[in-house]
Each structure stands twice: as C-alpha cells, then as structure tokens.
Design a protein around this ligand. Structure first.
Ligand SMILES: Nc1ncnc2c1ncn2[C@@H]1O[C@H](COP(=O)(O)OP(=O)(O)OP(=O)(O)O)[C@@H](O)[C@H]1O
Ligand SMILES: [Mg+2]
Length: 218
C-alpha cells in the first residue's frame, strides 16, 4: 500500500484541500483509495459525506483512539492531518508514510515557519535516511501580488539539514475552483476542464512526482 501524508502544523494552509484532490486523482485513475481523516475537525470526512455517488469511489477512515481501520484492498492511502502536529504524534505519522506533501501558504513568514518545521522533522529519528520523501507545494498564491514573484525564490532556497534541496513542486493559485469543488465533494479534476485548465496545469508537476518513483523511498 502506498501512503501519502499531507502535513504542515500551520492551520488553514491547504492540507485537506490537497488530501481530497490527491485522493480523487488516484481514484479517477482506477486505484483503490482510502482517505484517512486524522483531524477531529473532520474536513475530509465532510467532503466524503457530500461526494456524489456517481464519482469514483473513495473509502473513508477516521482516526479513533489513535488507530485507523484501513480497508485491506487499499492501493493508495491519503492521510489528512490536523494543524499543530508535533513531537510524538509527528513521529507516528511520519513512520506510517512513504511520501509527505507539505502545503505552504504564500508568505515569507509561512515559508520561514515551514523551514523551521522541516528542521524539526529531520531532528526526529527515522525521518532521515531517505525513509520518507518530502515535497512542498505553495498554496493559495495570489498571482497579482509581489509575494508570488518572491515565493518561488524563497521556496527554491529551502534546504534539508543534509544540505540537499527540498523539492518544491509547484504553486497553486488562490482560486474559487477549490472552494466550489470542496463544497460538492469533488476535486478540481472533476470540474469542467474549461474552467480548471489553469489549475490542472499547476498540479501537473506534483502529480508527475507522485506517479514517479522519485516520491518513494529507495
Ligand atoms: N488554492 C486555494 N484557493 C482558494 N481557496 C483555498 C485554496 N486552498 C485552500 N483553500 C481554502 O482555504 C481554507 C483552508 O484550506 P484547508 O481546509 O484545505 O486547510 P487545512 O490546512 O486543512 O486547514 P486545517 O489546518 O484547519 O485543517 C478552506 O476554506 C479551503 O477551501
Ligand atoms: Mg484540514
């Protein structure tokens, strides 16, 4: 089973948005997907509850008393996590996944916080040694701001404690498409292509990475 963890302790940066869209992408491609909601807020669960029956099926799992019941035939497990995860809980999440995607809001403050968090991540035993592949995604980027131009520069400079560059996959613009899709239990890949053309293009690098062995430990 392939496990993709969506994590950043910062609240509201787009974890549930990435989790639901990634789950839908794999389900649309014929994989048996389970979306595990590990957040008591249950945003991913709410999304699954309104998901139309005629869309590709996604199984649901919720974290209860520290354990997840995952259907045995799951090909891809996508884990949506709460804000504020650290220390012991962080180690537990990391130990369960091969891949972690970290959404980062488009501001210098958020990027610096992300950098500190990544340092913390790598100070935990077991995360180094290529046991988990991590990538960042800039989310809710307002393309008309100066910040957007600077963002790529900042993100390109993010390094891991071992000196390697942290893969920065893509920038996702702030778009009502994400809000409309989430209200209907859909992903942007299930909205009209003509309306989401630009968003789909922005997702391409992340999806290519997730589909490749580069997002899996050696
Ligand atoms: N690219 C985007 N464009 C527009 N709105 C977005 C985008 N990404 C996320 N949002 C909206 O921002 C809000 C927060 O996103 P989301 O719930 O995915 O964050 P989160 O990290 O899961 O939050 P929490 O830490 O509370 O779980 C939601 O209303 C979501 O619809
Ligand atoms: Mg959430």
């Amino acid at each position: 089973m392939r496990t993709i963890l969506i994590l950043n302790p910062k609240g509201g940066c787009g974890k549930s948005t990435l989790a639901t869209n990634i789950a839908s992408y794999f389900a649309m491609n014929g994989k048996k997907v389970t979306l595990a909601d590990c957040d008591p807020q249950r945003s991913s669960q709410d999304w699954l509850n309104v998901r139309p029956e005629n869309q590709s099926k996604i199984n649901s799992a919720v974290l209860e008393k520290g354990s997840l019941q995952i259907p045995e035939d799951t090909d891809v497990l996508v884990m949506d996590t709460p804000a504020g995860v650290n220390d012991a809980r962080l180690s537990k999440f990391l130990s369960q996944a091969q891949t972690m995607v970290m959404p980062v809001l488009a501001s210098p403050i958020d990027i610096r916080a992300a950098e500190r968090f990544i340092d913390e991540l790598f100070s935990l035993k077991g995360t180094i040694n290529n046991k988990i592949k991590i990538a960042t995604v800039a989310n809710r980027v307002r393309e008309d701001t100066l910040i957007a131009a600077k963002l790529e520069y900042y993100l390109d400079k993010l390094t891991l404690p071992n000196g390697k560059q942290l893969p920065f996959m893509t920038m996702l613009r702030a778009s009502q498409n994400y809000i409309h899709a989430s209200e209907k239990g859909l992903s942007i890949f299930e909205l009209a292509p003509s309306k989401t053309y630009y968003d789909r293009e922005q997702w391409e690098p992340l999806l290519r990475w997730l589909d490749s062995s580069k997002s899996l430990p050696k």
